[in-house]
Write a protein that binds this ligand. Structure first.
Ligand code: SF4
Length: 451
C-alpha cells in the first residue's frame, strides 16, 4: 500500500483548471495543461515531448476532453515550460473552452461545420473577458454531428446541428453530457452564437460558481426570447457510438488515424517516437482529441502504417480494447492523495478481466475516494482508503462503499470477479446485464470470497 501524503492544494480555488500559467499542485509536483484550437504538426508534438522531459517528469496525459498535461513540474520549471511552449507559436486555446469536433470541416457525414460558430463565440467571449467572470470549468460544445461523437463531453451549453426540411438548425442543450442535458429547443444558425453568448452573459452575471446546469427552461426562455424555436423538432435519429479510433475518412483523399493513450497517460519518449514515425510517413497534422485520443491526418497508407506502429507501441487503436473500459486516475506515485498505484492495478485488470470488460460498463479504479477520473456512478468502482481497497457497486467513488478489502487482495479480488463472470454469464449476455442480474450481494460476496 502507498500511504497518502499531504492533501493536494492547487494554486487557485478548488476545481480550477490548470492552464499553462496556473499550474496545479499534484502528488508528483505541479501539472500544467494546454489545449489546441487547431491542428499541430507531429514535429511540434515532438518539441512538446522534449519539454515534458526537460521540465517535468516525462509523463504526458491526454485528458478526457483532449487537453495535454505535463506532469512533475516544479514552480520554476512550470514557468520555464510556459515560456518555452509559447515560443513554439502553437494554436493554444486561451480563455473560454469552446469545443468542436477535431474532424469539423473534413467530415463528409457531419450535418454542419461548427467552426464558424465556435470562432464567433470565442471572439466575442474574449472581447467581453467572459472567462474571467465565469466558473473556471465552463465549457461550450458546438457539435456539428458526424463520425466523431461529442455526446459524452460535459458542456455547460451545447449546440447540436440537425437538418429539417433541407435547413440546418441547432438544438440548444444545457448542462452535463448530452444524454443528461436539458433540451431547451432549437435555434437558427444566424442566432446560434448570439443565444450562447446571452446565456454565458447571464451565467457570468450570477457569479463564478454558476454553471449551465443551473439554467432552467424559464430562465433560458427569458434570456433567449424569440430566438428560441421551441416548436421546431427533428426526427429522433438513432445514434451509433463511434470511438475516434482506427482509420476514418477525413475529407477528399484524406484520412485520420485515431489512437488513444492507455489510461490517458504516456511517456513522452513513446509519444515522441510515434510522432517521429508520423512525420517520416508524411503526416503533417495531428490533434489531441476527446477520450484520451489523438487524430493524425494524412493519406490512407500513411495512416494505416502509423496505426500499426501505434498498436505495437501500446496505444489503443480499436474499439473493444479492454483498457478503454477502465476509468483510472493518476494514482500513486503521481498523486499525493493516492493509496494505491492505480495504473498498475488497471493494467492487471485489463488483462485478467478482459472478457468482462466488454464495453458494456466502465470499471472505475481510483487512488482515493475523490474519484477524479469519473464523477459519474460506475457499475463497479474500486478506490483506495486508509483502511484498504473499498468497492462500490453501482455507485460513485465518493459514495459510501459496499465493502473494503485488504490492499494485499486487490489483484485477487479482480481475479475472483473474472471467475464470477466466467461461471455465471449466459451466452450473449454482456457484463453489465450479468452484474445487474447477480446484484450487489453476489458480487460483494465474490469479491470478498465469503461464499
Ligand atoms: S482520485 Fe486519484 S487523482 Fe484524484 S485525488 Fe484521489 S488519488 Fe489523486
Amino acid at each position: 500500500m502507498v500511504a497518502a501524503a499531504d492533501p493536494v492544494q492547487p494554486f487557485g480555488r478548488r476545481g480550477l483548471c490548470p492552464a499553462l500559467s496556473t499550474p496545479m499542485r499534484t502528488g508528483d509536483g505541479f501539472l500544467s495543461r494546454i489545449a489546441f484550437e487547431a491542428d499541430i504538426t507531429p514535429r511540434a508534438m515532438m518539441a512538446l515531448c522534449d519539454l515534458a522531459e526537460r521540465h517535468g517528469n516525462g509523463l504526458i496525459d491526454i485528458t478526457a476532453r483532449g487537453s495535454l498535461q505535463f506532469r512533475g513540474l516544479s514552480p520554476e520549471s512550470a514557468c520555464a515550460l510556459e515560456k518555452d511552449v509559447l515560443v513554439l507559436g502553437l494554436p493554444l486555446r486561451e480563455g473560454l473552452a469552446v469545443e468542436t469536433s477535431p474532424l469539423a470541416g473534413r467530415d463528409d457525414t457531419e450535418v454542419a461545420d461548427g467552426r464558424f460558430l465556435a470562432g464567433e463565440i470565442r471572439k466575442e467571449a474574449e472581447r467581453l473577458a467572459l472567462h474571467e467572470r465565469l466558473a473556471a470549468k465552463t465549457s461550450v460544445v458546438i457539435d456539428g454531428g458526424g463520425s466523431f461523437s461529442m455526446v459524452d463531453l460535459l458542456a455547460d451549453i451545447r449546440l447540436k446541428a440537425f437538418r429539417l426540411n433541407g435547413r440546418i438548425f441547432w438544438r440548444l442543450l444545457v448542462g452535463g453530457p448530452e444524454s443528461k442535458a436539458l433540451d431547451a429547443g432549437a435555434v437558427e444558425t444566424g442566432a446560434a452564437a448570439d443565444v450562447v453568448l446571452s446565456l454565458l452573459l447571464y451565467l457570468a452575471g450570477k457569479g463564478p460558481l454558476a454553471r449551465g446546469r443551473d439554467l432552467d427552461r424559464s430562465i433560458i426562455k427569458a434570456v433567449c426570447g424569440d430566438r428560441l424555436l421551441d416548436r421546431v423538432t427533428e426526427k429522433e435519429t438513432a445514434w451509433s457510438p463511434s470511438a475516434p479510433l482506427g482509420l476514418m475518412a477525413a475529407g477528399k483523399d484524406f484520412f485520420a488515424a485515431g489512437a488513444a493513450l492507455a489510461f490517458g497517460q504516456v511517456r513522452s519518449s513513446d509519444l515522441s517516437r510515434l510522432c517521429q514515425g508520423a512525420d517520416m510517413l508524411g503526416i503533417r497534422a495531428l490533434r489531441p482529441s476527446a477520450n484520451h485520443g489523438m487524430l493524425f491526418f494524412g493519406p490512407e497508407f500513411a495512416c494505416n502504417t502509423l496505426l500499426e506502429i501505434a498498436k505495437a507501441s501500446g496505444f489503443i487503436i480499436a474499439a473493444g480494447d479492454a483498457r478503454s473500459s477502465i476509468a483510472v486516475c493518476s494514482g500513486a506515485p503521481g498523486c499525493a492523495s493516492a493509496f494505491l498505484p492505480t495504473h498498475e492495478l488497471a493494467g492487471f485488470a485489463s488483462r485478467e478481466c478482459a472478457s468482462l470488460l466488454d464495453g458494456s460498463f466502465t470499471l472505475h479504479i481510483s487512488g482515493c475516494g475523490k474519484g477524479c477520473a469519473r464523477p459519474a456512478p460506475s457499475l463497479l468502482a474500486f478506490y483506495g482508503t486508509a483502511e484498504g481497497l473499498a468497492f462500490a457497486i453501482s455507485g460513485r467513488a465518493d459514495a459510501p462503499h459496499d465493502g473494503i478489502l485488504p490492499f494485499t487482495q486487490q489483484r485477487t479480488a479482480l481475479s475472483r470477479l473474472a471467475r464470477l463472470h466466467e461461471k455465471e454469464h449466459k451466452p450473449g449476455e454482456n457484463a453489465a446485464t450479468l452484474f445487474a442480474r447477480l446484484g450487489k450481494e453476489v458480487i460483494g460476496a465474490a469479491l470478498r470470497q465469503d461464499d
